[in-house]
Design a protein around this ligand. Structure first.
Ligand SMILES: [Ca+2]
Ligand SMILES: [Ca+2]
Length: 382
C-alpha cells in the first residue's frame, strides 16, 4: 500500500515540469541580493531559521504539496507551494519585496474551502525556537524576524504576565549613579515611538499599588524624553525623568491601580510624551504590591521589598518575558462555504530585518508593487 502511494506521488512530480525534484530547493530573491530557499516540503529556509505553515481543523488532512517556481505580475520571481488538505486547498506564495535596506520576504498563505460548507480551522506558524513574540512580531535577540497578520491569540493560553508590544530590550543601558535595585540597569525601549505595554493577571476588579522605576541615562538635560505613564484605574502621570530626578538618577512613580474593566488583567504602559523630541519611551522596573499596604519608597528603590511584591519585573532583564507563550503561533480561521482567505506574513531574509508594523506603512499591495517595479527595471539575464 505504502509503495503504491509513494509511486503515485513521484509520478505526479515527474508529470509537471516546473515542480522541483525532491532535495532540490527553489530560490527567490531581489536583484543582487542573496536568495532565500524553499525546501521540498514547502518550508521557507532563512539564515535565522525555518518557517513552516500548517493547518488543522475538521475535514483537514495531511496532504501532498507541490513546489514550483512562478512569476508574479509576470516579472517577480516567486515560489508557490500548493497543498491539498482535504476540505481546504492551501497555497503558499513567497517572494522578496525590495524594501530598504535589505528587503523582506513576503509569505502569502491562501486558504480555499473546497467542500461547500463552513469550516473552523487553525493556522499554525512554526518557526525556530528562540523567537520571542511581541504583539505582531517575533524577534530573535534584537532582530525582528517575523511580522504577523494579526495578534496571536486563538487557542493559546497567555502567560500570567508579560509584555505585549513591539518594544526592544536593552540590557545594561542605564547607569544609575546611586545604589538602587539592579533591575534599573536593564530597560526596554519603544523604538520609533511604539508604546511599552505589560499585562498582569489579577483578581477581576481588584486594586493594587503599582510602582514604576525609571532612570534616564542617555539625555543629560531635561526636555528630551518626557514620558506618559499609564496604569489601569489610575490617572495618567506625565514625567520627564531628567527634570524630576536628573540623569542617571533612579526614581519611582506610584499609582493606585484598579482592574477597571474587570477582565482580570492590569495594563501598564509607557508612551512618548506629547511632542517629545525623543519619541522612544523607556521603562526600567515594575512593582505591583497589594493595595493599601504602607510602602517605604527608599526600600522599594533599593530592591528590599521585591519579595513582598505580587509582581516584580526587571524590565529588559533576563527574567523578563512576552505574555505570549514561546513556540508555535496559532491563528484561528473561519472559512465560509467556498470562501478564500489570505494571510500575509513578513519574514526576515538573509541579513535583513522585518519591518515593525506600527512604525512602517507597508501592506501586501505596496510590497508586491515594489517588487514588480524593481524587476521590471532589471535587465533580463536569460
Ligand atoms: Ca483590566
Ligand atoms: Ca529593568
Amino acid at each position: 500500500m505504502k509503495t503504491t502511494h509513494i509511486t503515485s506521488v513521484l509520478t505526479l512530480v515527474a508529470a509537471c515540469c516546473s515542480v522541483s525534484a525532491a532535495g532540490d530547493p527553489q530560490e527567490f530573491s531581489s536583484p543582487g541580493f542573496p536568495p532565500s530557499k524553499v525546501d521540498q516540503l514547502g518550508r521557507l529556509v532563512e539564515d535565522w531559521g525555518t518557517v513552516d505553515v500548517r493547518l488543522s481543523g475538521e475535514g483537514v488532512v495531511v496532504g501532498e504539496s507541490q513546489v514550483s517556481s512562478v512569476k508574479l505580475e509576470e516579472v517577480v520571481p516567486a515560489v508557490r507551494v500548493v497543498s491539498q488538505l482535504g476540505a481546504v486547498e492551501m497555497t503558499r506564495t513567497m517572494y522578496r519585496a525590495p524594501i530598504f535596506p535589505g528587503g523582506v520576504d513576503v509569505l502569502r498563505v491562501q486558504l480555499k474551502e473546497l467542500q461547500g460548507k463552513p469550516l473552523e480551522a487553525v493556522l499554525t506558524l512554526d518557526a525556530s525556537t528562540g523567537t520571542q513574540l511581541g504583539q505582531r512580531t517575533a524577534r530573535i535577540g534584537g532582530r525582528t524576524v517575523l511580522v504577523l497578520p494579526r495578534e496571536v491569540t486563538g487557542t493559546q493560553a497567555l502567560l500570567d504576565w508579560g509584555f505585549s508590544d513591539e518594544a526592544v530590550s536593552l540590557p545594561g543601558w542605564a547607569r544609575p549613579a546611586k545604589e538602587c535595585d539592579a533591575a534599573f540597569r536593564n530597560i526596554r525601549a519603544g523604538m520609533g515611538g511604539v508604546p511599552i505595554v505589560y499585562r498582569f493577571t489579577v483578581p477581576a476588579g481588584s486594586q493594587a499599588t503599582v510602582i514604576l522605576g525609571l532612570c534616564e541615562s542617555h539625555w543629560s538635560a531635561a526636555g528630551h524624553r518626557p514620558l506618559r505613564c499609564r496604569v489601569e484605574g489610575a490617572p495618567e502621570q506625565a514625567v520627564d525623568p531628567v527634570a524630576k530626578w536628573g540623569q542617571h538618577q533612579p526614581g519611582l512613580l506610584v499609582f493606585d491601580a484598579r482592574d477597571e474593566n474587570g477582565d482580570g488583567k492590569l495594563v501598564v504602559s509607557v508612551l512618548p510624551g506629547v511632542h517629545a523630541p525623543d519619541q522612544n519611551p523607556i521603562l526600567n522596573v515594575i512593582w505591583i504590591f497589594p493595595a493599601g499596604e504602607p510602602l517605604d519608597p527608599g526600600m522599594v528603590l533599593a530592591g528590599q521589598l521585591n519579595d513582598a511584591a505580587q509582581y516584580y519585573v526587571d524590565v529588559g532583564g533576563q527574567k523578563d518575558q512576552s505574555i505570549y507563550p514561546p513556540g508555535k503561533m496559532e491563528f484561528p480561521v473561519h472559512l465560509a462555504a467556498g470562501e478564500t482567505q489570505e494571510l500575509t506574513f513578513l519574514v526576515a531574509c538573509p541579513g535583513g530585518d522585518a519591518p515593525v508594523p506600527s512604525t512602517s506603512a507597508w501592506d501586501a499591495a505596496k510590497l508586491l508593487r515594489a517588487a514588480r517595479d524593481v524587476w521590471r527595471d532589471w535587465p533580463a539575464t536569460e
